[in-house]
Write a protein that binds this ligand. Structure first.
Ligand code: 2AM
Length: 218
């Protein structure tokens, strides 16, 4: 009934500790600052503006809000498919409120989203919904957890689901052996351009920090 439905959250996920949120936001700012100064980026600016001459400030382009987190299951208060089944899983109940270390291995920028790729441990994968990759990329056959990310910002008018979809597109291209154009060895790591406005910075040193598995009601 309706009461049962409202007892389900908007989503479950790992919520990053405040220090790590600050660190990731600051890394993302540095990344954008560097990116917008690169000739290669300027050459591909039309991916973002639609027309090469148009002015655009990458640092103002993305809006981020709310606490940084890695969504496991989007439940939409019970309206999303599989929400109830997910919430009722024993491991979800058992691990609710527990702290684990979340590892960020790359940052990515697309004309729609700014995000961080998360590499999940075997234990964290137990909390990952089985259909997360299939539902978005049915033919790609991507490993479980490929979609795991932290959204750092979205461009105006972009739907909240987009960051994970952009990441899946990136992972798919990489899986197809698309190494991309090796652009620059930055202090933070290796920057590559995969085409279609997809930029990936693989961190030299993955960064890890504690996060709490919980849910958000909004
Ligand atoms: P995110 O995981 O990229 O940040 C509330 O909207 C949260 O649920 C956000 O964190 C959002 O994106 C995520 N979200 C929204 N719609 C979604 C969907 N259809 N599938 C998966 N995650 C979704």
């Amino acid at each position: 009934g309706p009461l049962e439905e409202t007892s389900l959250p908007l989503f479950f996920g790992w919520f990053l500790c405040p220090d790590f949120q600050d660190k990731l936001r600051s890394m993302a700012r540095d990344f954008l600052k560097t990116l917008k100064g690169l000739e290669t980026f300027k050459n591909h600016l039309s991916d973002f503006t639609g027309e090469a001459e148009k002015e655009m400030d990458l640092e103002q382009y993305f809006q981020g809000k709310g606490v940084l987190h890695c969504t496991t299951k989007f439940c939409d208060y019970g309206k999303a498919e599989g929400a109830k089944e997910y919430a009722e899983q024993q491991c979800v109940r058992d691990r609710y409120g527990s702290i684990s270390e979340v590892e960020v291995s790359a940052l990515f920028v697309t004309p729609r989203t700014l995000g961080a790729k998360v590499s999940l441990t075997e234990e964290q994968l137990q909390l990952w919904p089985a259909g997360a990759e299939k539902e978005a990329a049915p033919d790609a056959d991507l490993p479980l957890g490929s979609r795991a990310h932290v959204t750092l910002g979205c461009a105006e008018g972009v739907e909240l689901v987009q960051t994970g979809l952009d990441l899946l597109e990136i992972v798919q291209l990489q899986k197809q052996g698309e190494e991309g154009e090796r652009v620059e060895d930055l202090e933070l790591g290796l920057l590559t351009y995969l085409g279609k406005g997809l930029w990936v910075l693989s961190l030299r040193e993955p960064c890890r920090a504690p996060a709490c598995f919980a849910s958000y009601y909004g």
